[in-house]
Design a binder for this molecule. Sequence first.
Ligand code: 5GP
Ligand code: ZN
Length: 113
Amino acid sequence: MSECIFCRIAAGEIPAQKLYEDEECLAFRDIEPVAPTHLLVIPIEHIQSQAHAMEEHEALLGHLMRVAAEVASKSGLTNGFRVVANTGQDGGQTVNHLHLHVLGGRQMHWPPG
Ligand code: 5GP
Ligand code: ZN
């Protein structure tokens, strides 16, 4: 059994509120939302972070971005949304399985903390 929490969610070993699933990726609700809508989009394949993505993952990375927009639209984020990929320690990454945060339902601020 994998020790990676997102691999376990992808394998169905840990429950999650899934919004979208295909052979390559999965989108589900963040367990501790920081915005009215807070979704995560992950590849099924375990890739540690964006910094670990290889050239062979280029199409997959594009797919994640497109699915992020699709789940944002399906969630009613017609006024916009923000996609974030926290990467590594300084990036604030806490789960070491590449993921896109999709945040919306309120005004986002810049610069982020
Ligand atoms: P990071 O800090 O790595 O960018 O984001 C990890 C995110 O995963 C956090 O927003 C956290 O709330 C979320 N998370 C951690 N464990 C779980 C879990 O078991 N289920 C779900 N749905 N989200 C989780
Ligand atoms: Zn994983």
